[in-house]
Design a protein around this ligand. Structure first.
Ligand SMILES: [Zn+2]
Length: 261
């Protein structure tokens, strides 16, 4: 396996709870989902980096809003083929590949949050990395704005099937709230209880709880666990019915979370 020697991946906080991911290597940089150009410009200046690529996962403003301004630096902009995003140079869909900073990425179609949402997966990194925007969050998933529950579940299945060590670079710090909900669904999940303690300690130190890993998400994220008996029981109780298939289970958990405070 090729490891991109000297590659760094750093979160740049933006807005209330977004992370823009900055990749850097040998004086060159790439950024994922720059909703705000300012933190990116500052980091480039501070670290003396030249921006060569911008990767966008979906069209929402807090992910794509900074693209036109940052593109003026000469960076190549990659984005989803089926979404209308200003400034995209290379339009991508599932199975397409791209090489950025010497790292090969495969594009995954992950519709549900938006209709054309894509993720960028770098298998050759050690550990592998996936930049998944607002599809999979640490212990949660994105809201269904443009897709169906069946589409989102298929997208999450695609991400859950990545190698367990894959680091999940999602775009928001929602982890503590997500864990609070996950504990309402699965109060007896020991891995989830341990994750709650670890995440609280991390946030108390003022540090990001991301990236997480596919292995941890499979153990603790209720949206990846619609086949787990405890999650199915909770969904059935919530829906007041004695049978739900896997898509219905996912849909029940997703709508429960939408109203969860
Ligand atoms: Zn979004």
């Amino acid at each position: 396996m090729t490891v991109a020697a000297g590659l760094s991946i750093t979160p740049l906080p933006a807005f209330d709870d977004n992370y823009l991911w900055l990749l850097a290597r040998d004086g060159e940089a790439a950024v994922v989902d720059p909703g705000d150009p300012e933190p990116v410009r500052r980091a480039l200046a501070e670290q003396g980096l030249r921006l060569s690529a911008i990767l966008v996962t979906h069209h929402h403003g807090d992910h794509a809003g900074g693209v036109p301004e940052l593109r003026a630096t000469g960076a190549t902009v990659y984005g989803p083929r089926s979404e209308d995003i200003e400034g995209v140079d290379v339009r991508l869909g599932g199975g397409d590949t791209l090489t950025v900073l010497g790292v090969r990425f495969v594009v995954l179609d992950v519709p549900g949050h938006t209709a054309g949402h894509i993720a960028y997966f770098a298998e050759a990194l050690d550990p592998p990395a996936v930049f998944c925007g607002d599809t999979l969050f640490a212990c949660g998933c994105g809201r269904l704005f443009e897709g169906t529950a069946a589409q989102m579940l298929a997208s999450l299945d695609r991400l859950a099937a990545l190698p367990p060590a894959t680091r999940v670079y999602c775009a928001h710090e929602y982890t503590l709230a997500n864990i609070r909900f996950a504990l309402a669904v699965e109060p007896d999940n020991a891995a989830l209880q341990a994750r709650a303690q670890a995440a609280q300690a991390t946030r108390a130190r003022g540090e990001p709880t991301v990236p997480s890993s596919i292995a941890l998400e499979r153990e603790t994220n209720p949206f990846l666990r619609s086949a787990a008996p405890a999650v199915q029981v909770a969904a059935r109780q919530r829906a007041g019915t004695d049978y739900l298939d896997r898509v219905q289970t996912f849909a029940a958990i997703r709508s429960w979370k939408d109203g969860f405070r």
